[in-house]
Design a protein around this ligand. Structure first.
Ligand code: GLY
Length: 565
């Protein structure tokens, strides 16, 4: 009798608690009005303050991005580039492509030796690895088109943090220390990131007076404060010193581009994401289109069967990425075909439901004849429902490792995202074709996938990630976790993930992301499984379409923050 009473009490307790139970993940941050989710807590709070002062999501995005150039120098930048996806409360959608470009003096074989061998160090390290930066132009264009506040006010937090300094966290000081051997070839980088050659430690005040002066020039002169005048002179002088290619003319002629987003649907949800020069949105929609044909939920989350279908889908999509994706201003990307449900049906039909298909047996699709990692992501929603999804990058951690002497900022090593030689893997192991070959003034292909998901026509998720090729597969898995497995947004972001990118022919799993018996089953299906890999870092907002509450989820893999009010 007592036992059955205990059972009833437990059952009632569980029933009542059910809506609040989640897996081993903290609750997402809940906000009423506005929220900023960023890899950097200082920037997240700066963005929230802009929202509280009456700025809109685009104003906040501009302040967050410039602040991160100071407080998160491993990836936040003015010497790199990125992408922004905007959905305004009135339903307007827009994207801004501020990806870096190849300098005019770049040549297709600039990273090959005389025997035609690819020299990866040249495309990843030092002056020659740098593309013409786009961040400043892109952010200022976003402000001009969609913002409401003054440029000077939005740059002021960044100037203040650069001038007055901020205490370094343990993680950041350790990262600086780790990169000292690579900084050591460049005196300006050593000056910026060490105390006369001695590494900074946790709690040290990190001041950047040269960067503060550069930001003040942008504050005062806008676009011209970076792309001409003193800053441009210093970039050109730095290039000359280190044998780089960027000229003053390259800087003067750099323009960001406003482009139509790529669009798709997944089980009734609308997906709005970034088109070329990123492969991110296209590949994301392709993955979701193929998976839509399966009852993913019934397979069970992270089961061997589900992982198999994810991996086979990703394998096919990355084979297409390698062949077709590149800067659409230079090459014809067959987007309508790649994004179509019909093509997804054809690709799905080649998947064996029980066995892995080796990547050597998978090629890109054939279009119909008539159709001719470091990065950072932040997501913002304001009180009016304007949504901004921004991913920006220097490419590698601290980019090329080159600081522009006197200007105090790091330059990107984005040239490595070109396909320097067809079939030769870049630092992310990605291969490409002539669609992504180096051409002067062309944008190198990206995997960045800033995305906005609509439910019943209203904003539902704003998300994106850092992590190169893993960005695409991570954003897809977070969407699947929410839509198919009904996870709350924090759980969906934190859950272990897998990755497959055609070549190398492996499933990559995070440490302890797959159980040993799941790995065994996958091996029996024909997979090579790397269980010591890593995933991307996602930062997401979910909007409850019924009551408008905002739920912010910084990825547990990083040290970011959701700041809302
Ligand atoms: N640099 C990483 C990317 O653009 O995908």
């Amino acid at each position: 009798m007592r036992k059955s009473l205990q059972f009833i009490v437990t059952a009632v307790f569980l029933f009542v608690q059910q809506p609040f139970l989640t897996a081993a993940s903290r609750a997402p941050v809940r906000a009423h009005h506005g929220i900023v989710v960023s890899d950097d807590p200082i920037a997240a709070r700066t963005g929230m303050e802009i929202l509280q002062r009456g700025g809109n999501a685009i104003d906040a995005a501009v302040a967050v991005a410039f602040t991160m150039a100071v407080t998160y120098p491993e990836a936040g930048n003015i010497g790199g580039g990125g992408f922004m996806v905007v959905r305004l409360a009135n339903g307007t959608t827009e994207t801004i492509d501020f990806r870096e470009k190849a300098p005019a003096a770049a040549t297709q074989n600039m990273y090959l030796d005389e025997h035609g061998n690819f020299l990866p160090e040249k495309s990843t390290y030092g002056h020659l690895s740098t593309g013409v930066p786009g961040s400043v132009a892109g952010l200022l264009l976003a402000l001009e088109k969609f913002g409401t506040m003054k440029r000077a006010d939005l740059l002021q937090p960044a100037v203040t943090f650069a001038e007055n300094g901020f205490p370094l966290t343990y993680e950041m000081a350790e990262k600086f220390k780790r990169v000292v051997p690579e900084f050591s070839k460049f005196p300006a980088s050593m000056k910026q990131f060490t105390k006369n050659g001695v590494p900074y430690g946790e709690g040290d005040l990190f001041k950047q007076p040269d960067l503060a002066a550069t930001l003040r020039r942008i504050q005062e002169y806008g676009h011209d404060g970076f792309y001409s005048g003193k800053t441009a002179d210093m970039i050109a002088a730095e290039m000359k010193r280190g044998g780089g290619l960027i000229s003053k003319e390259d800087l003067l002629s750099y323009e960001p581009v406003m482009r139509e987003p790529v669009r798709g649907t997944y089980r009734g949800y609308e997906i709005i994401s970034m088109g070329p020069s990123s492969s991110g949105g296209t590949a994301l929609i392709q993955i979701l289109n193929i998976l839509e044909g399966y009852d993913v939920q019934s397979l069970g989350w992270n089961s061997a069967r589900e992982v198999h279908l994810l991996a086979e889908t990703m394998r096919r999509v990355f084979a297409d990425r390698a062949e077709f994706l590149g800067d659409a201003d230079f090459v014809k990307v067959p987007l309508p075909w790649l994004l179509s449900k019909k093509y997804a049906d054809e690709r799905r039909a080649t998947i064996d439901s029980l066995r892995a298909t080796p990547s050597s047996a998978i090629s890109h699709g054939i279009p119909p004849a008539h159709e001719s990692d470091q990065t950072t992501h932040f997501s913002i929603v304001d009180k009016d429902g304007n949504c901004v999804s921004v991913t920006t990058t220097l490419n590698g951690l601290f980019g090329s490792k080159v600081v522009v002497d006197g200007a105090g900022f790091l330059l990107n090593n984005e040239m490595d995202d070109f396909s320097a030689k067809p079939g030769a893997p870049n630092m992310d192991g990605l291969v490409g074709s002539t669609a992504n070959a180096i051409v002067p003034e062309k944008r190198m292909l990206s995997s960045m996938s800033p995305t906005i998901v609509l439910k019943e026509g209203k904003p539902f998720m704003v998300l994106g990630a850092r992590g190169s090729s893993r960005i695409i597969t991570s954003v897809a898995q977070v969407i699947i976790n929410v839509v198919d497995f009904h996870m709350n947004i924090q759980e969906a972001v934190d859950a272990p993930r897998i990755h497959q990118q055609w070549l190398p022919d492996k499933i990559f799993s995070e440490e302890r992301g797959l159980s040993p018996d799941t790995v065994e089953k996958l091996k029996a299906m024909g997979y090579d499984v790397d269980t010591h890999s890593y995933s991307a870092i996602v930062n997401a907002v979910l909007i409850n379409v019924q009551d408008g509450f905002l739920f912010g989820a910084p990825d547990a893999r990083g040290s970011g923050e959701a700041a809302g009010y």
